[in-house]
Design a binder for this molecule. Structure first.
Ligand code: NAD
Length: 475
């Protein structure tokens, strides 16, 4: 029997009478045991009107109360993260420890948002003119949309909604249709934490649902994370519909080794290349690929189509003349034969015009590019279309300092391979890795989910005894 995954609107599971559906696979078995509803424009518009109604009250719920609800959510999430991790593994495929890790990183943003009382404080200037004071406040936008990718079904929504909710917005989350259940689990947990119905809604779907969100004038902002072509589309269409948009796109994270975020390219500064390739090639076969519930190091890919796409890049790398050092196309796995398997793969002597270098592969394929100098490595990174994350491995502090200064990438690791910033800093890339002005969470996240207002006020001293409609004068 196929389990139906429904929308979550107005605090409950919401079934539309006629709906298209998409299969949801367990990638470790290849079995599609679930089907997710794909929303029509009418369903999205209904969810938006529910969220818009809820906004009228939610924006006036005290900041203290909103934050107390987030605190309760944080506690519930903490006690149930094992269940959520199992849901993620059963639809995404990543191993349980990775699923737990993404929940923990998302939870950091919940914890950050619990401090919003301090961070939402405005400024105040007394007596800017005679009897005149000025103060600033930041207010919520209204209904905000979040559209998330398959690879982090819990963490990426959590980059946004805790701040959006604490600031007084109401939310429509459109998660990836490949692993939709984490979103419903989170919605139910928020309700249990005391969030009023309609404040957080989940609408499942594909392009039709996304377009409906982008076109609906009541939706004031879109926070998107996914591939670059779709990020650009979301940015252009969303801003054309007068929305505030932050659209985080793809990546090709480089690591420069002198002595993303999985890393997908290693730039080996000679003469270190041979030794580095030998050591990585030794390590890779020690990684156990298999069912994420069996204590393996690496799980399957999310769908059969995605597995085949990644494998086709391996074929293309071989055809282009790169040296295939470790071939993951027929891995030995601890899992069912029907799973979407592809083992760790290593290419050496990759050239910058090969598709395995230029394109985001989004699979366990590592490319080694040999470079002669630090300068050549930096030039390559800066010339790449993407600018999400990068890392340098060195014992030379001067080189590291120079690197973080001159590299054109949004997030830098120094002897840290995956430089995902903590929640009170902002996450985001440069160039084709982000469209829009605001990165996720941290101060930029608070600014994204609020609008500034400045109030100039004049109260006469009680001794004056009457109203004065004249313009204040300087004395
Ligand atoms: P995707 O772009 O295919 O999908 C992302 C979202 O957009 C999903 O909710 C999907 O339903 C929707 N979507 C897909 N096609 C659409 C279309 N034609 N029109 C409108 N909406 C559409 O991305 P994905 O495959 O789910 O996720 C992997 C991608 O996300 C990779 O490129 C990865 O680099 C990127 N990603 C980036 C970051 C970052 O921090 N920059 C983080 C995670 C993932």
């Amino acid at each position: 029997m196929t389990t139906r995954i429904t929308h979550f609107i107005a605090g409950e599971s919401w079934k539309a009478p006629t709906e298209r559906t998409a299969p949801v696979y367990d990638p470790a078995t290849g079995v599609a045991g679930k089907a997710v509803d794909l929303a029509s424009k009418a369903v999205v518009d209904h969810a938006v009107s529910v969220a818009s109604e809820a906004f009228k009250e939610w924006r006036d719920v005290s900041l203290t109360k909103r934050i107390q609800i987030l605190f309760s959510f944080r506690e519930l999430l903490n006690s149930r993260k094992g269940v959520l991790a199992e849901i993620i593994t059963s639809e995404h495929g990543k191993v349980l420890s990775d699923a737990l890790g993404e929940i923990t990183r998302g939870q950091e943003v919940v914890e950050f948002a619990c401090g919003l009382g301090h961070l939402l404080k405005g400024g105040f200037s007394e007596q800017v003119s005679a009897g005149v004071d000025v103060h600033s406040v930041r207010q919520p936008l209204g209904v905000v949309g979040i559209i998330s990718p398959f690879n982090f079904p819990a963490m990426v929504p959590m980059w946004f909604f805790p701040i959006a909710l604490a600031a007084g917005n109401t939310v429509i989350l459109k998660p990836s249709e490949k692993d939709p259940s984490a979103a419903n689990f989170i919605a139910a947990l928020l309700k249990e934490a005391g969030l009023p119905d309609g404040v957080f809604n989940v609408v499942h779907g594909d392009k039709e649902a996304v377009d409906a969100l982008l076109e609906n004038p009541t939706v004031k902002s879109i926070s998107f994370v996914g591939s670059t072509p779709i990020a650009q589309y979301i940015y252009e269409k969303g801003t054309a519909h007068k929305k505030r948009v932050q659209a985080l796109g793809g990546a090709k994270n480089h690591m420069l080794v002198l002595r993303c975020m999985a890393i997908s390219v290693v730039l080996a500064v000679e003469p270190i290349g041979d030794e580095l390739v030998r050591r990585i090639a030794e390590k890779m076969p020690q990684l156990r690929t298999g069912d994420g519930r069996r204590g393996c190091d690496m799980g399957p890919l999310v769908t059969g189509a995605h597995r085949d796409k990644v494998a086709s890049y391996v074929d293309a790398g071989v055809a282009a003349g790169a040296s295939l050092v470790v071939d993951g196309r027929n891995p030995v796995v601890d899992g069912e034969p029907g799973g979407f398997w592809l083992g760790p793969t290593l290419f050496d002597n990759v050239k910058t015009d090969m598709s395995i270098y230029t394109d985001e592969i989004f699979g366990p394929v590592l490319s080694i590019v040999r470079v002669k100098s630090y300068e050549e490595g930096v030039a390559l990174i800066n010339a790449h279309e993407y600018g999400n994350g990068t890392a340098i491995f060195t014992n030379d502090g001067g080189a590291a300092r120079r690197f973080q200064n001159e590299i054109e990438v949004g997030m830098i690791g120094i002897n840290v391979p995956i430089p995902v910033p903590v929640a009170y800093y902002s996450f985001g890339g440069w160039k084709s890795s982000l469209f829009g002005d605001s990165h996720a969470h941290g101060t930029e996240g608070i600014h994204f989910f609020t609008r500034g207002k400045v109030v100039t006020s004049r109260w006469l001293d009680p001794s004056h005894g009457g109203i004065n409609l004249g313009f204040p004068t300087q004395n």
